[in-house]
Design a binder for this molecule. Structure first.
Ligand code: PHE
Length: 444
C-alpha cells in the first residue's frame, strides 16, 4: 500500500505551521508568560526556540522522512537494535495526554464562539465568574469537547493530504491578520503600557529553575516537538523538500504568533485591572472584556473564534495523527477503527480533565487537579525527555552520513552549518536538557 503524503513543499510547510500554531500560542503562551514573570521568560523562550528547538525540529525531520514511518516504527526501522522505539511509545502516550486537555480547551473556544454569535459579549464585569462557572459545570464543557474531538476525527477520516493540507493553506494567513488587528487594538487601550512593559522589561530576579524548565516545555509544546508529531508529519514529506528552510520558517511563524498573542492578552490584562498570574483561564477571561469594549466587538469575536478554532483543530489533527499512524502501522488496525477507538478513549480522558475543574476537583495529583497535571506532565516532562532521546538518537546512533544525506537531500543542497548542527544535537541539546532538570532538583 502506498503511504499517503503531502503534495508539495508549500503544503508540507503549511501543515507544519498548522500543527505548531494553535492553542499553545494563543491560549498557553500569554498565561505562561504571566505566571513566569514576563519579559525574562520571553527572552529565554525565544533563545530556546533557535538553539534548542531548531536542531530538535531538524532531528525529527531526519527521523521521520528517512524512515517514512510512524514514531514507533521510525526508531525501529532506522536502528532495529535496542529499545529506542520506546521514545516513540512515549510520544504516542504524550499525544494522548495532550489531546485529552487540548480538546477541552478547544471546547471552551466553541463556547466563546457561540457566545459571540449571540452577541453575548456585553458584560464587562462578569467575565471571570462566568468563565469559572462554565468550566466547572458538568455537561456543557464535555459536550463541546466532544464536538471539537469529533471535528478533528472527521477531518482525519479522509486521510492526510486532503484533510490536513487543504485547510492550513488559507486559514493561517487569516488568523495572522485577525490577531494583528486585535494586538493593535489592545496596545491602544488605557494603561496598556503596563502590559507592554511587562513583556519587554526583564526582571531577572524572577528567573528560577522552574521558569527555565517552563520556557523549554513551552517551546517544545508550541512547536509540537519531543513527542512524535513532527516525526509523523515529516514522514509524509517528499524527498526534495528543503528541511532547514521549512524548520526556520515554521519557528519564525510560531514565535511571531506567540508574541502577537501576548500583545493582545497582556496589555488588556493590565488595562482591565486583572492579574497576569491567573493561569489557564487568562485568555478566556480577557477576551470577553476586549470584545465587549471594542466597537463591533461581537462581530469581530465571531470571526476571531472561528479562526482560533481552526488553528486549534489543525494542531489537534497532528496530535491525533500520531496515535492513528501508530495504530494503523504498528497494530495493523484500519484507519477508521483506529480513529474510533482513540476517539472513545479520548472522550473518557478528556471528560475526566474537564470534570477535574468541577465535581472531581478534590482529586489532586502532586497538588494539581487532573487537567493541570496532564498539562504539566506533558510539557515539562514527556516532551523534554522525548527531546533528549531524539537528539541523542540523531547525534549518536544514526550514521553521520545518513544524517547528512537527509539534511542535504542526498548532496543536492549545500550544508554550511552541518558541523554546528552536529555539535548541537550531540552535545548542546542533551546536556542543556539534563542541566535544566538537575537545576530544578537543586543540584546546581
Ligand atoms: N503546537 C500545538 C500548539 O501550539 C500543540 C501541539 C503539541 C500539537 C504537540 C502537536 C503536538 O497549539
Amino acid at each position: 500500500m502506498k503511504r499517503d503524503g503531502f503534495g508539495s513543499q508549500l503544503g508540507a510547510l503549511m501543515a507544519l505551521i498548522g500543527s505548531a500554531v494553535g492553542l499553545g500560542n494563543l491560549w498557553k503562551f500569554p498565561y505562561m508568560t504571566g505566571i513566569n514573570g514576563g519579559a525574562a521568560f520571553i527572552i529565554i523562550y525565544a533563545g530556546f526556540m533557535f538553539i534548542l528547538c531548531l536542531p530538535l525540529m531538524l532531528s525529527e525531520f531526519i527521523i521521520g522522512r528517512r524512515s517514512q514511518s510512524n514514531p514507533v516504527g521510525a526508531f525501529r526501522k532506522i536502528y532495529p537494535k535496542g529499545k529506542w522505539y520506546y521514545t516513540g511509545i512515549l510520544g504516542v502516550l504524550g499525544a494522548f495526554i495532550i489531546l485529552s486537555f487540548y480538546s477541552v480547551v478547544g471546547g471552551w473556544a466553541f463556547k466563546y464562539f457561540f457566545t459571540a454569535l449571540q452577541f453575548g459579549f456585553t458584560d464587562i464585569a462578569g467575565a471571570e465568574s462566568q468563565f469559572n462557572q462554565f468550566i466547572q459545570s458538568p455537561f456543557e464543557p464535555i459536550f463541546l469537547h466532544l464536538l471539537f474531538l469529533g471535528i478533528t476525527m472527521a477531518i482525519l477520516w479522509t486521510g492526510v493530504k486532503n484533510g490536513i493540507e487543504k485547510y492550513s493553506k488559507i486559514l493561517m494567513p487569516l488568523l495572522f491578520f485577525m490577531v494583528l488587528i486585535l494586538a493593535v487594538y489592545a496596545i491602544n487601550l488605557p494603561d496598556a503600557k503596563l502590559g507592554i512593559d511587562f513583556m519587554i522589561r526583564p526582571d531577572w530576579s524572577k528567573v528560577t529553575p522552574s521558569v527555565i524548565l517552563n520556557a523549554l516545555g513551552q517551546g517544545l509544546f508550541s512547536l509540537s516537538l519531543g513527542m512524535g508529531a513532527v516525526i509523523t508529519y515529516s514522514s509524509y514529506m517528499g524527498k526534495t523538500e528543503n528541511l532547514t528552510k521549512i524548520a526556520v520558517l515554521t519557528i519564525l511563524m510560531d514565535l511571531v504568533f506567540a508574541l502577537l498573542a501576548g500583545l493582545v492578552v497582556l496589555p488588556a490584562v493590565f488595562s482591565f485591572g486583572f492579574e497576569p498570574t491567573q493561569g489557564p483561564g487568562l485568555l478566556f477571561i480577557i477576551l470577553p472584556e476586549v470584545f465587549a469594549s471594542m466597537p463591533g466587538g461581537n462581530l469581530f469575536g465571531i470571526v476571531f473564534f472561528i479562526v482560533l478554532l481552526i488553528a486549534a483543530i489543525t494542531s489537534a489533527i497532528s496530535l491525533l495523527e500520531v496515535i492513528t499512524s501508530y495504530l494503523t502501522e504498528e497494530k495493523k488496525i484500519s484507519r477508521h477503527k483506529a480513529l474510533i477507538y482513540s476517539g472513545i478513549a479520548l472522550l473518557i480522558t478528556g471528560s475526566v480533565c474537564s470534570l477535574s475543574m468541577g465535581v472531581l476537583s478534590d482529586i489532586l495529583i502532586f497538588g494539581k487537579n487532573i487537567f493541570d497535571f496532564f498539562d504539566m506532565i506533558s510539557s515539562t516532562y514527556i516532551m523534554p525527555i522525548g527531546a533528549f532521546f531524539i537528539a541523542v538518537f540523531v547525534g549518536w546512533k544514526m550514521k553521520k552520513k545518513d544524517v547528512k544525506a537527509e539534511l542535504s537531500n542526498n548532496g543536492k543542497l549545500k550544508l554550511r552549518t552541518f558541523n554546528l548542527f552536529l555539535f548541537l544535537v550531540r552535545f548542546f541539546v542533551p546536556i542543556a536538557i539534563v542541566v535544566i532538570f538537575l537545576n530544578l532538583l537543586g543540584i546546581f
